[in-house]
Design a protein around this ligand. Structure first.
Ligand code: NAD
Ligand code: MG
Length: 392
């Protein structure tokens, strides 16, 4: 029986994970769940899945959860201490890392240091500290399985027995597909006045707000390039982005002998989640079947880096390495938050990031605390800069 911990259980990926786990009650037992502030959602998930431990990152929310669950034998913890305790529970065998943002770095590392099978959806920690995370996994023996649909697709197209963190043999290129988001084909000028409601309306996927904005700016694909470089030990030159509006091919591996292998499926996160949860086996999962006859065609186009400067900024930091991706990620998180709150125009997102990267050299990162310090310092600088560009 797999003993599952879900970090970010109330989110889009967290709920999809519990849906897949719930389809296999004879194979998976839910051991711990974590969330930020949504007590009502957590109470429902606890009653349904009966974990041993429930964590709210917010202390007041943890008190409210403990009160609501009074009498039910579920331990409640709070804060970062609770998140890392859940991630490293001795009885846990599998951990789903599905918190959004840099805040997930410590819990994800805790699961890896404890040698768990760690399924990573939370891409921001891989952007900030990819090499550190992969070497921690080598040291502890933790198995890392990618959940991000592109990276899960690449993993499925790599040779059987391939382990994340090792350079794959015989590879010419890893091709990440991108839907292009809600503003595919738009000019930068046309995007100047788009609203948060327009930006989060993704054509193919239903996701959390932050990743939806990242998809609209194409920063999501930029973050995914850095994520892929870490997960698969490849260089920027071995990675390529291709816009594929149908989101049917989730990514492709081109081998040196001219073969290209692709993974196809409906745009539903339960597919990569089921793959990783069952790995190395396969489980059935109740998702809409892929109907290629109904689709009838697959289109491809080159990304427009002029209209979507976030993609080019991320590519530059991938080549730069060191602290640059940490700054990119923190600046983006701050800019997206300000955009969602109506304090920054959409095209202010790349402007904030490019300003924050201006003074950044190629200093290497020196451990977890250094990464967290760069993250905090960039957030403070970005907050001050957003004030000067504020729209109201
Ligand atoms: P979401 O906003 O729907 O959910 C985020 C989860 O993180 C929630 O459970 C929330 O309670 C928790 N959380 C937020 N802030 C927190 C904090 N400060 N402390 C502790 N917990 C906190 O996000 P999502 O769309 O499920 O995405 C989660 C991660 O997976 C992101 O990194 C995203 O890039 C990645 N991802 C998501 C999808 C998708 O389809 N949604 C696909 C690929 C990758
Ligand atoms: Mg993705």
């Amino acid at each position: 029986m797999k003993q599952l911990v879900v970090l970010g259980a109330t989110g889009s990926v967290g709920r999809a994970t519990l849906d897949v786990a719930g389809q296999h009650p004879d194979q998976v037992q839910v051991l711990a769940l974590t969330a930020h502030t949504d007590v009502a959602a957590m109470v429902r998930l606890c009653r349904q899945h009966r974990p041993r431990l429930a964590v709210m990152a917010d202390a007041a929310a943890a008190r409210a959860l403990a009160e609501a669950l009074g009498g039910e034998s579920i331990e409640v913890m709070a804060g970062m201490e609770g998140l890392t305790a859940a991630a490293a529970l001795p009885a846990a065998t599998e951990v789903m890392s599905a918190i959004v943002g840099a805040i997930g770095l410590r819990p994800t590392l805790a699961a890896i240091n404890a040698g768990k099978k760690v399924m990573i959806a939370n891409k921001e920690p891989l952007v900030m500290a990819g090499p550190m995370i992969m070497s921690a996994a080598r040291a502890s023996g933790a198995v890392i399985l990618p959940i991000d649909s592109e990276h899960n697709a690449l993993f499925q197209c790599l040779p059987p027995g391939y382990r994340c963190g090792t350079p794959p043999q015989g590879i010419a290129r890893l091709v990440l597909t991108a839907s292009g988001g809600p503003f595919r084909g738009w000019s930068a000028e046309a995007m100047a006045s788009v609203t948060p409601a327009q930006a989060v309306k993704h054509p193919n996927w239903v996701m959390g707000q932050k990743i939806s904005v990242d998809s609209a700016s194409m920063m999501n694909k930029g973050l995914e390039l850095i994520e892929a470089a870490a997960l698969f030990s490849v260089t920027a030159d071995q990675l390529e982005v291709m816009v594929h509006p149908q989101s049917t091919i989730h990514s492709m591996v081109t081998y040196v002998d001219g073969s290209t292998l692709a993974q196809l499926g409906s745009p539903d996160m339960r597919i990569p989640i089921a793959h990783a949860l069952a790995w190395p086996q396969r489980w059935s999962v109740d998702v809409p079947a892929l109907d290629l006859l109904a689709l009838s065609r697959l289109d491809f186009e080159a990304p427009d880096r002029h209209a979507f400067p976030c993609l080019a900024l991320a590519e530059a930091t991938l080549r730069q390495g060191g602290i640059a991706p940490v700054v990119l990620n923190a600046a983006n998180e701050m800019a997206v938050e300000a955009f969602l709150a109506g304090r920054l125009p959409f095209m202010g997102i790349p402007a904030v990031i490019s300003e924050m990267l201006e003074t950044v050299g190629s200093a290497p990162t020196a451990g977890l605390e250094h990464v967290m310090a760069i993250d905090a310092e960039t957030r403070a600088r970005a907050a001050a800069y957003v004030q000067t560009r504020s729209v109201g």
